[in-house]
Write a protein of this length. Structure first.
Length: 550
């Protein structure tokens, strides 16, 4: 067993009951002891570990045991490659846990001769410029402090500093920040990339682009730091699945070090002694910083009975346990995930078509709604215009979904009605399509096209007025797991993108969380079909479409 004093210190603190860990960190300890510390092809670079800790404590802040534990594994070395063993370091914890401060200090250290790699460029990437600059500005302020306070000790002379880049004179290493725009930011030649608050990332697009530039420098590293967020099935959820696979031993030979802090159970939010599971700063004895932070979190908790709307934010951000406000989403994430069940045999079954054709320059969605007793089955397809895809920074894996047959990318000025008609005609060969329900956009064009092929079309004159009528059915469908999408991440994405707006009369309206980036077309196509869902049980007619030569 390889020994390292800061690693041993942290593990012993847990075994003696001096700190409280969540299950993921307990699993991490077992994983390290069983799969990493038993290896003979890795070692801890003790000199660099000590130099990093001393550097941080001189220029930034006193380090905590959990921070020293993380730092030790940042500088675990592969003997054969003579490079960092862990190429990916994950730090997930509740808001206020100091992850940005830690990554700022480590980034600064990595750019210095103490790390010993020349031109070791570091990019800090986030969803917004403001977030991307959080760690950058912390380094900037530390370096430039002497300009404001001549008595302060800073390493100012070693750097060339601007508002956008910080360069170490001795190594040539540059620290800079980027926003997560895959259309404009190519992978560079960085030695390290830091992805900040990845809960905003809808897909792996930017991560793949920026990590594509790694490997050209020694000790390539990727850091992922975040609290949890309200976006489901985004990049962070996929990361959590990967962490689970690593810690369970399912993912062999991973080079990821996952330090994941969260409550184990929602009930623990009411027990202050459990908050340390989500925020390692709350270990005893509390630092001055932790005392102030704990006081703030206590105030937020005590205010929850009088500010119920903040509960989801408190649980998600402070306790790092994602919770959605039930009044602002279509359904909890677990209920949306439950739509992923095998499609039954639907051949020749009666169905109602749904169409959302409101914005022909980006997305359009079609679908068939089937009913089997109390269960609804929604078979759907979408069209996206290539011009929109090329000019808009959509992070979800659109091309991958296209390959899987969930959507079609069309290279036309608009999404032609012919694409819609052809899809319904093709579906009519296998299913008993009774009618199609559509919104009231471009009524003349749509109606004429459907009349030409002899498919009945019903146009909803005021679709939004129907939302309140359909809301009880939608709530029931998801709560009782009576809706099946099959394995359709696109449809789950559509549904997760819907916000529920409470109207003055107490009814619900289904709107987009974001007009450009959070599309809901597939969900609204299903809404339109649901308006006539009861008619599905009324139809009892033979399937004749298969006798027609199309």
């Amino acid at each position: 067993m390889i020994n390292q004093k800061y690693v041993s210190e942290y593990i012993e603190m847990w075994r003696k009951g001096e700190i409280v860990l969540n299950q993921e960190r307990i699993d991490l300890i077992h994983y390290l002891e069983n799969h990493i510390l038993t290896r003979d092809d890795v070692y801890f670079d003790e000199k660099t570990i000590e130099n990093c800790i001393k550097f941080i404590e001189r220029w930034y802040f006193p380090t905590e045991p959990f921070q020293r534990f993380i730092i030790a594994f940042v500088f675990m070395i592969d003997k054969e490659l003579k490079q960092a063993y862990f190429t990916e370091i994950v730090i997930f914890m509740g808001r206020g846990g100091g992850k940005n401060g830690l990554i700022s200090a480590i980034s600064d250290f990595l750019s210095t001769p103490l790390h010993g790699v020349e031109d070791y460029d570091i990019s800090i990437v986030a969803n917004s410029e403001e977030q991307a600059k959080t760690s950058f500005n912390e380094i900037y302020k530390t370096i430039t402090k002497s300009k404001r306070n001549k008595s302060a000790k800073t390493p100012n002379g070693q750097y060339i500093v601007s508002k956008t880049e910080i360069q170490n004179r001795d190594t040539g290493s540059i620290i800079k920040y980027n926003t997560s725009n895959t259309k404009t930011k190519d992978g560079g030649r960085e030695g390290c990339v830091i992805f900040d608050e990845i809960h905003y990332f809808e897909g792996p697009g930017m991560v793949n682009v920026k990590r594509g530039g790694l490997g050209k420098k020694l000790n390539r590293r990727t850091f992922y730091i975040s609290t949890d967020g309200h976006l489901r099935e985004g990049y962070m959820d996929s990361m959590k699945d990967k962490i689970k696979a690593i810690l369970s031993g399912e993912y062999k030979n991973s080079r990821m070090f996952p330090f994941y802090c969260k409550l184990d159970d929602l009930k623990e939010k009411d027990d202050e002694t459990m908050w340390e599971k989500a925020n390692p700063m709350f270990h005893k004895p509390l630092s001055d910083y932790a005392k102030t932070l704990l006081s703030t979190v206590r105030e937020e908790y005590e205010d929850l009975p009088f500010n119920r709307s903040n509960r989801a934010e408190f649980v998600t951000k402070r306790m790092n346990l994602p919770e959605q406000d039930p009044e602002s989403v279509v359904a909890p994430y677990e209920e949306i995930k439950a739509t992923n069940r095998p499609m039954p045999d639907l051949k020749e079954k009666v169905c109602i078509g749904g169409l959302d054709y409101a914005f022909v320059k980006d997305f359009a969605s079609v679908g068939l709604l089937f009913r089997d007793g109390e269960e609804y089955i929604w078979k759907t397809h979408s069209f996206i215009r290539k011009g929109f895809l090329d000019t808009t920074n959509l992070d979800p894996p659109i091309e991958e979904w296209a390959k899987d047959g969930l959507l079609t990318i069309v290279d036309t000025e608009v999404i032609e009605i012919k694409f819609i008609i052809d899809w319904f005609i093709e579906m009519s060969k296998d299913y008993n399509l009774v009618k199609v329900i559509a919104d009231n956009y471009r009524t003349d064009i749509v109606r004429h096209a459907f009349d030409e092929v002899g498919v009945e079309l019903e146009v909803l004159r005021n679709p939004k007025a129907l939302h309140g009528l359909l809301a009880p059915r939608i709530d029931t469908m998801f709560a009782k797991k009576q809706i099946i999408f099959g394995d359709n991440p696109l449809m789950r994405w559509f549904t997760n993108n819907v916000a529920v707006k409470m109207m003055p009369d107490g009814s619900k309206q289904y709107i987009k969380k974001d007009e450009i980036y959070r599309k809901t077309d597939g969900f609204h196509a299903m809404l339109h079909a649901l308006y006539r869902a009861d008619e599905l049980l009324d139809y009892d007619q033979p399937f004749i479409m298969n006798e027609i030569a199309f």
